[in-house]
Design a protein around this ligand. Structure first.
Ligand SMILES: *Cc1c(COP(=O)(O)O)cnc(C)c1O
Length: 339
């Protein structure tokens, strides 16, 4: 499998570091936990979408796009990284933001990722929760095409076979790191949403016959739907790579027990995970994705699902900028004025 056959615009800071989390591992008393720092991909504070956008934006450039459109939730990390990538390439960017949470919090609606979308010069429009965002993007693109623009549409989360190539590459990169340091790993855990990250990872892992279990912790859809979305995208990604049939349905495993009330609504276990990573390891998670992924990791360790002699890699998919849109969920009264 040869990824250099696909157009790619190199921007991400790769390889991302692979680090051992000594204090968190000790606190939980379970397996040895490592973290793959995809929050450190470099572009506009980083995150997992940058890997996907390397392949997507290369395609946009090849097609001569003079407008890039994408969509996401109000605090979308994907939107922010797309806005930054487009700025770097000098392509105007328009973002449709779906108000999935209905929050009237000022920071949620204007700070964090939204602030950075605008700093990178992207135009935004807000649509009500439940809107068919893919159809809306098509409608907006049609209007722009009628005005003579060459529009490149990036699906939510950058999750199509082109974007998933970024995570096929991440699987290769991670295996290179652990093989070169003789680090035997047993499980990979990460947050899964629009499915491109997990679909790319499983396709890459199967392609090199890594035989390492992959677990996606869901942030939105119920288990059956999440797994189906990942599986379908993995099939299409394998097809694109010229190795159809390498991914089986049972390779795709999602645990959706940590979604809580819904997408973008913080959970107690997620807030605990944010505080543990921040206080024990100096690492920032985000309430929408990586905190729910970490909450799953922590809970499954506490339940003994992963044993003491195993080694786990948690892929940190980024998102900490959203903390500035969610500051109201934290209570620091015990820290203020204390000594
Ligand atoms: C988008 C995102 C995810 C989920 O990745 P998908 O490819 O959409 O499944 C996880 N974490 C963060 C921080 C994200 O922004």
């Amino acid at each position: 499998m040869h990824l250099a056959r696909f157009p790619r615009r190199f921007i991400a800071h790769l390889p991302t570091p692979l680090e051992r989390l000594d204090r968190l591992s000790k606190e939980l008393g379970g397996p040895e936990i490592w973290i793959k720092r995809d929050d450190c991909t470099g572009l506009s504070t980083g995150g997992n979408k940058t890997r996907k956008l390397e392949f997507l934006m290369a395609e946009a450039e090849l097609e001569g796009a003079d407008m890039v459109i994408t969509q996401g939730a109000t605090q979308s990390n994907h939107a922010r990284q797309t806005a930054a990538f487009a700025a770097k390439l000098g392509i105007p960017c328009h973002i449709l933001l779906e108000d999935r949470t209905g929050s009237d919090n000022a920071n949620y609606n204007t700070n964090g990722n939204v602030l950075l979308d605008h700093l990178h010069g992207a135009t935004t429009e807000i649509l009500p929760g439940g809107t068919d965002m893919a159809a809306e993007m098509e409608a907006v693109a049609e209007k722009m095409r009628a005005d003579g623009k060459t529009v490149y549409i990036i699906p939510g989360g950058g999750s199509n076979p082109t974007g998933a190539l970024g995570y096929v590459n991440c699987a290769f990169e991670l295996l290179g790191q652990v093989n070169n340091s003789n680090l035997k790993i047993d499980h990979i855990v990460h947050a899964t949403g629009s499915a491109g990250t997990q679909a790319g990872l499983i396709t890459g892992l199967k392609a090199i016959n890594a035989n390492i279990s992959l677990l996606g912790i869901g942030v939105r859809a119920p288990k059956a739907l999440q797994e189906e979305n990942v599986y379908k995208l993995a099939l299409a990604t394998a097809e694109k790579l010229g190795c159809p049939g390498i991914v089986q349905r049972e390779d795709v495993v999602a645990n959706t027990d940590y979604v809580g009330e819904g997408y973008g609504i913080p959970t107690q276990s997620g807030i605990e995970a944010i505080r543990m990573f921040a206080e024990l390891e100096g690492i920032l998670l985000d309430p929408v994705y990586s905190a729910k992924g970490a909450a799953g990791l922590i809970d499954l360790i506490r339940k003994g699902v992963f044993s003491k002699d195993e080694r786990i890699v948690f892929i940190h998919t980024g998102g900490s900028v959203a903390l500035f849109g969610y500051d109201s969920v934290f209570d620091f009264s015990h820290l203020r004025g204390a000594s």
